[in-house]
Design a protein around this ligand. Structure first.
Ligand code: FAD
Length: 336
């Protein structure tokens, strides 16, 4: 009789999946100058794997137009936007409280890309909401368990979060870009704005302008190191090779610190993380801090005159040669 009195079993969703009717995943989508950044598509893929409806969020001067772009990403159910110049630069002091104000109460996860923007905004948001953040994830095991590299990629940790709201930054290269449809599929809604003012003011910026493919999203990258010896060689040898290959340009920290290349080109633990189809290292030794930014590249090719350089241990193809001979020769052949 006891058995008969038991309620009928409730149909169960996938193990660990959220079943709350209104639960949602809130995805901060980065914009610049009214253009949705490509990372938005990777963040949506990560958000999608969590199982709840995905609500995108954009703020900035032309946020309404950006919301229209975001609404076309497959897998986005709704986009909330706040159109105001005050949030254009994503200054964390004002952007974080704006996110807290707009994230639906029943949001289970708040995601952002692990870019300068995400690394700025999310810790402040975590402090505001009094939760612990999970940073730079490369995979979702379940709605509360995530995979993330630590110690420059020497350890791959699986972490479980018991927070009611999980704040997560996502490694862009680890998640496929969600497809973009031709028509808006998601609902677009204007968000709330209590006119948050931060203690920091945006004064000016001097972005490095380049017509070369963007390092973060290029399918091929040519990176130069200290072996190039000077800025003249970096500009005169490496960049023509990259142009001939249609590749983006990267650099080691030693090359950046020596003034051969702009800081925005640095690849590695303290620079950008890239995973192109082809990564060609020229005059780079292969320090672990550099490997942390490129070792997930599909094919790693190396030009180095030292056959014992550690970079050869991760290389798929290697050329032991003096770069001052090999690079001009390769460039010439490619230009033909
Ligand atoms: P080197 O190690 O000096 O290597 C130069 C290479 O060029 C050598 O292998 C040499 O054989 C080769 N070479 C020289 N002449 C020629 C020639 N004529 N032809 C062919 N080959 C030649 N580094 C990063 O890159 N990115 C990071 O984000 C980063 N973050 C760091 C964070 C921390 C906390 C620390 C401590 C270090 C970090 N570093 C980083 C620095 C890193 O440890 C190395 O010092 C740096 O990567 C070395 O750069 P490199 O390979 O260009 O120079």
């Amino acid at each position: 009789t006891l058995r008969a009195a038991r309620p009928l079993a409730v149909p169960r969703a996938l193990p660990g999946a959220y079943t709350h009717r209104f639960a949602s995943t809130f995805a901060l989508l980065e914009q610049r100058d009214g253009k949705l950044q490509p990372s938005a598509q990777n963040v949506v893929t990560a958000a999608r794997t969590l199982g709840n409806p995905v609500v995108g969020f954009v703020a900035g001067k032309a946020a309404k137009e950006v919301a229209e772009q975001a609404a076309k990403i497959e897998g986005v159910d709704k986009v909330i936007y706040v159109a105001s110049e005050a949030y254009e630069k994503g200054m964390p002091e004002s952007y974080a409280p704006l996110v807290a104000e707009n994230a639906p109460e029943d949001t289970t996860h708040i995601l952002s890309v692990h870019s300068i923007f995400g690394k700025n905004v999310m810790p402040r948001l975590a402090a505001l909401l009094d939760v612990q953040q999970v940073s730079d994830i490369t995979a979702v095991e379940s709605p509360d368990t995530f995979v993330r590299p630590m110690y420059a990629g020497n350890i791959i940790a699986t972490v479980q979060s018991s927070e009611a709201k999980k704040l997560i930054t996502v490694r862009q290269t680890a998640f496929k870009a969600a497809a973009v449809g031709s028509a808006a599929a998601a609902e677009i809604v204007e968000g709330k704005d209590s006119k948050h003012v931060g203690s920091v003011e945006w004064v000016e910026e001097h972005p490095a302008v380049s017509d070369m493919p963007d390092l973060a999203t290029a399918s091929k990258v040519v990176s130069g190191g200290r072996g190039l010896k000077s800025k003249e060689n970096f500009d005169g040898l490496l960049i023509p090779l990259a142009n001939a290959m249609g590749a983006g340009v990267g650099a080691s920290r030693a090359a950046v610190d020596s003034g051969f290349a702009d800081n925005s080109l640095q690849v590695g633990q303290t620079g950008k993380v890239v995973a192109p189809e082809l990564y060609l290292c020229v005059g780079i030794s292969g320090a672990i801090q550099h490997l942390a930014g490129m070792k997930d590249s599909k094919i790693i090719a190396v030009i180095n005159k030292d056959p014992d350089a550690p970079i050869f241990q991760v290389a798929d193809v290697g050329l032991v040669a003096d770069l001052f001979e090999a690079v001009p020769e390769m460039t010439k052949k490619l230009q033909k």
